[in-house]
Design a protein around this ligand. Structure first.
Ligand code: UD1
Length: 430
């Protein structure tokens, strides 16, 4: 078992380079099998565990995957020979369900176990199924555990999403890109990684227009070819470092970012009193006063991202005044507040609203990472707090943050990964 040990109180200072976007990589890696050719993908965050699982899954269905260097992979999809993915491959991450769309697109058939991933509340896939069915696929869900979908042929169709869903938008794009005729996704998600997936598929010869708006038009193509493509920088990793800089009263230049993707985060930081300077491919965040309060409501892009809500709550826990955080995407995304309260935060949660009464300072404590972004919030809290914080269950953090100890360490954060013995339990007895 591993944990992070943090001695807080150092303002973060210096420069950090952001990795490729996890959520874009998780959509683009399975998309590569639609080509029956070789795709070279650059700026891949190869050392996060979610990406390793996607690569393992690709190999399991017969794809060749070569690591060219630390951030570049080559996927050879010519010999993909299976449309079946079992539970041991899907149980760790949500995005494993993108193989349903990709296999359906390639073989007109997929049999994929239900995905795992962070528990943020119920995560239904009804909109994905609605999309596959609209394209002509027959979908059955066996024992709530395996999704089986088959189609004699896939035919483009208009599909209106009842909720704005990133996952359903991605899956329908993957399934429809080689369908006959025109698919129109209405009320589509507009996240930067949706645009990145569309750009990747277009560079393989697809015809996708409108990604980044709420109407995406996909004209099916018979053949997709290999390509070389570079993934966008990770919006949420960048946002995490921006908030960490502000919460520790530091001054950090965050490089390899697309400032436009960070606008909702920058504007909230400015509202709290931070200085945010934008450059072509970098932002600098500095703060030298106590943060001010502000209210946040999470919304689909271009609104404030739900995946930045826990990190921002740490800053607000230290603010001068009371802030209100409304979570409108996930029904169970405030579990981390209990951990923050162990560090001295004052937070009341009522359903999907958290009222945060800012305190003068946080103090180190033993806490755990409830999920990926909750874990990121614990790191920021530990770095900003006085004294020692120990974070358990860091496997969640390793799912989505590359070289997190090195990156925070280079900025002056005192954070170490330590190996510790599993606590004795009854299972070990006798
Ligand atoms: C993706 C992100 C996740 C982020 C979320 C919202 C990845 C791998 N994960 O998750 O980090 O928090 O977007 O920005 O990219 N819904 C339905 N029916 C469906 C699908 C979704 O009701 O068929 C609901 C969900 O319960 C949720 C909302 O729609 O309330 C948004 O979910 P969605 O955008 O699909 O999230 P994910 O793609 O799972």
């Amino acid at each position: 078992m591993e944990k992070f040990v943090i001695n807080g109180g150092n303002p973060l200072r210096g420069e950090v380079t952001i990795s490729g976007a996890k959520n874009a990589a998780l959509a683009i890696i399975p998309a590569a099998i639609l080509s029956q050719d070789v795709c070279r993908i650059e700026n891949v965050p190869t050392s996060i565990s979610d990406v390793s699982f996607m690569i393992k899954t690709l190999k399991h269905i017969g794809a060749g995957v070569k690591l060219i260097d630390r951030t570049t992979i080559e996927i050879d999809s010519r010999f993909v020979n299976s449309y079946v993915i079992a539970h041991d491959m899907t149980k760790y991450l949500r995005a494993s369900y993108y193989f349903i769309g990709a296999l359906l697109g390639r073989f007109h058939r997929a049999r994929v176990a239900m995905p795992g991933g962070c528990y943020l509340g119920p995560r239904p896939i009804d909109q994905h199924i609605k999309g596959f069915e609209a394209l002509g696929a027959k979908v059955t869900v066996e024992d709530n555990a395996i999704v089986e979908t088959t189609a004699d042929e896939l035919v483009g169709s208009p599909i209106y999403l009842d909720v704005v869903s990133v996952g359903a938008t991605v899956n329908i794009m993957l399934a429809s890109v080689k369908a006959q005729g025109l698919t129109i996704i209405e009320n589509a998600a507009k996240e930067p990684h949706i645009v990145d997936l569309a750009n990747f598929l277009n560079s393989m010869g697809a015809d996708i227009r409108g990604a980044g708006t709420d109407v995406i038009k996909i004209r099916g193509t018979d053949h997709l070819h290999g390509c070389t493509y570079s993934i966008i920088p990770d919006q949420i990793e960048a946002g995490t470092f921006m908030v960490a800089a502000a919460a520790t009263k530091g001054n950090v230049l965050i490089k390899n970012v697309i400032p436009k993707h960070l606008e909702s985060i920058s504007s909230k930081l400015v509202e709290c009193g931070a200085v945010v300077e934008e450059y072509d491919e970098a932002v600098r965040v500095s703060m030298d006063t106590r943060p001010g309060k502000c209210n946040i409501k999470t919304m689909p892009h271009p609104g404030f991202p739900t995946d930045m809500q826990p990190q921002m709550a740490v800053l607000l826990a230290l603010a001068d005044g009371t802030s209100i955080v409304s979570e409108s995407i996930w029904s169970n995304r405030f579990r981390y507040t209990e951990q923050l309260m162990r560090m001295g935060a004052s937070i009341t949660v009522d359903g999907q609203i958290a009222v945060i009464h800012g305190v003068d300072g946080l103090r180190g404590a033993p806490v755990r990472a409830d999920d990926l972004r909750a874990g990121a919030a614990m790191i920021i809290a530990g770095l900003a707090a006085s004294g020692r914080t120990e974070i358990e269950d860091i496997l969640y953090i390793d799912r989505g943050y590359e070289n997190v100890v090195e990156k925070f360490g280079n900025l002056g954060g005192d954070i170490r990964r330590v190996y510790c013995v599993e606590p004795f339990s009854n299972a070990d007895a006798g």
